[in-house]
Design a protein. Structure first.
Length: 365
């Protein structure tokens, strides 16, 4: 269910088992952060976690909005990129929260992309056994995926997102004009996750993405806002049904097992969305070969991924991808859960013996 709150702000209501909240999508809505925090979380201290790219751009408007709403504002600025999503940075954030005399009634505002959101969300979930968090995603990937649904994490030496919690935010504010300050390469990378939503659940969304790439020419913010909202609705429908990834939520991992393997093999130099796009192409080609979906489906997915300027495969060896997949969270003993494509907008989760998954990787080349 979604509704219009006012002319400019679209609301998507998330009703997960452990908490309900609104995702607000609109243009120039960062000034809503303070009033939204007051309405949904309360408290006295707002602890903004941001990074060295985003804070200079949007820190001031967010801080002002929080002060105007009666908060004492403290800010922690972390570095940029996946490399900072560590236990040691998490520990530093927690100490700074204690320095700011935060209580469990207060809130963190996560202002940035997926890395900031995951880190700040994790900090909020464990500080004094849990305070509030307001997610303010500024990247496309964070808007359509990581800020919604309550997954929080840091990376371990052994892999990405291996320590984390499920912890739903008090609200999410996606202010679409923030996307204009993201470099085009990063925006393009995030399109991998956007395409995933179309392939996974919505043939009409996929047709719209196919019609004209959203990363081409000048950004059409109104169109992008509608697409962001649609992706959030799809994710909401999944999370409302299965918050803890016991069943349906696994479909969000379409392309991710091979994608994570490519990401790790590239030492995280290739972006997450690009790796998911490549992983999805492996899967859809293998599905067509196994006659699980028509050839035309594989052709449409691969050619659209290509039109967006994203990778459609990888020259990393099957053995290397397979070894990485064995370390994946989706492996259970000798079996691994894989999201298979049956049509555009239709997928299913299959449990395959790991040996068969190796064959699937080979078939997907
Ligand atoms: N990013 C996948 C999920 O939230 O479940």
């Amino acid at each position: 269910m979604s509704e219009t709150k006012s002319k400019d702000i679209q609301l998507v209501h998330v009703n997960a088992q452990s908490g309900s909240y609104d995702v607000m999508v609109g243009l120039d809505i960062l000034s809503e952060v303070g009033p939204t925090a007051r309405r949904t979380a309360g408290g006295n201290v707002a602890f903004v976690v941001s990074n060295t790219n985003v804070n200079p751009l949007y820190g001031e408007v967010v801080n002002r909005s929080l002060s105007d709403a009666g908060y004492t504002v403290a800010t922690k600025v972390v570095g940029v990129g996946e490399a900072i999503k560590t236990m040691s940075v998490l520990s530093d954030v927690l100490e700074c929260m204690a320095d700011a005399q935060m209580t469990r009634d207060d809130l963190i505002v996560a202002l940035g992309g997926g890395v900031v959101g995951d880190l700040a969300g994790f900090a909020a979930s464990i500080y004094m056994r849990g305070c509030h968090v307001l997610q303010v995603p500024t990247s496309l990937l964070a808007m359509v995926d990581s800020s919604v649904g309550g997954k929080t994490a840091v990376d371990l030496v052994h892999g990405k997102n291996l320590a984390g919690t499920f912890f739903q935010p008090s609200a999410v504010i996606a202010s679409i004009e923030c996307l204009t300050t993201i470099n085009r390469q990063l925006f393009t990378d995030s399109c991998g996750e956007v395409l995933k939503y179309g392939v996974m659940s919505d043939a009409e969304l996929f047709r719209e993405l196919e019609r004209r790439p959203i990363n081409e020419g000048n950004y059409d913010l109104e169109r992008i806002g509608k697409i962001v909202k649609r992706c959030i609705e799809i994710k909401r429908d999944v999370v409302d049904t299965d918050e803890r990834e016991k069943g349906l939520r696994q479909i969000l991992n379409l392309g991710h097992t091979i994608g994570h393997a490519i990401e790790a093999e590239s030492s995280y130099t290739l972006g997450h969305g690009s790796c998911v796009a490549a992983g999805m192409c492996f899967i859809v080609r293998a599905c067509a070969k196994r006659q699980l979906c028509p050839d035309e489906v594989a052709q449409r997915v691969v050619s659209t991924v290509e039109r967006y300027g994203l990778p459609t495969g990888s020259n990393i060896s099957t053995d290397s991808l397979y070894e990485r997949a064995l370390a994946d969270k989706k492996r259970h003993g000798d079996f691994i859960n894989v999201v298979l494509v049956r049509d555009i907008g239709k997928v299913e989760v299959a449990t395959l013996p790991v040996d068969d998954f190796r064959v699937l990787i080979e078939e997907g080349r």
